[in-house]
Design a protein around this ligand. Structure first.
Ligand SMILES: [Mg+2]
Length: 219
């Protein structure tokens, strides 16, 4: 395979952040009347920038309770997730793979810049991509809009159509496709439950890879 650049999503591809706090978040949300499993949370909410996630959850809250959630509702959820952050690990194989991958490479994430850099530094991945680490707060629209991928291609100085995107979320796959890039679905994160690969394929991923070994072979 010959690509001008490879652009990685971060959460759920390079760092195993999506699985962290899923059970704690599900338990927290249950105290507010939502009966979602960790797999449901992945299906409903992964790959969104914070503001889009908050809007989606507010919508669900409104349909269930007939009113908007209090600010304390979101603070409690953020605190629940934050309490697990020290447990963050890289996705198995991600550090070695990033280190050894030659050519143009970048990270394009829905995460906010300070969180993104912190997560990548704590897992030993940041130095293998810097300075090409781009967060969704740099652009006006978060995934599934193509903005962050187009911004990344521009910074790399490559044609979007020559880029390969590695994504673990339906929204991320849609964003890469909308940017005119080739997108491969990655299901090596701890949050990828049964049927996840099929959902990525339906969103437009042309290939599904189950881990970094397989990604290396396919490249
Ligand atoms: Mg992701």
């Amino acid at each position: 395979m010959d690509f001008a650049a490879i652009i990685f999503d971060c959460d759920g591809v390079l760092v195993d952040s999506e699985v962290l706090g899923l059970e704690a978040s599900a338990a927290y949300l249950e105290t507010h009347g939502f009966s979602w499993s960790p797999a449901d949370l992945v299906r409903l909410f992964t790959g969104y920038r914070d503001d889009v996630f908050a809007a989606k959850l507010t919508e669900k809250y409104h349909s269930l309770h007939g009113c908007d959630p209090s600010p304390g509702f979101f603070e409690g959820l953020i605190e629940t997730r934050r309490s697990r952050r020290h447990l963050l690990q890289p996705v198995p194989g991600a550090v070695e793979f990033s280190k050894n991958l030659g050519g143009m490479k970048a990270v394009a994430s829905s995460s906010r810049k300070e969180f993104l850099v912190s997560k990548m530094q704590r897992t030993g991945i940041y130095d293998h991509f810097a300075p090409h680490v781009y967060s969704a707060d740099l652009v006006s629209e978060g995934k599934p809009a193509p903005d962050i991928f187009l911004h990344t291609a521009e910074k790399l100085g490559v044609d979007p159509q020559g880029c390969l995107v590695i994504e673990d979320s339906v929204n991320g796959v849609k964003a890469g496709i909308a940017a005119g890039m080739t997108v491969w679905g990655f299901i090596g994160g701890g949050h990828c439950f049964e049927g996840h690969g099929d959902r990525l394929t339906s969103a437009g991923a042309s290939l599904i890879v189950r881990d970094f070994d397989e990604l290396g072979v396919r490249l």
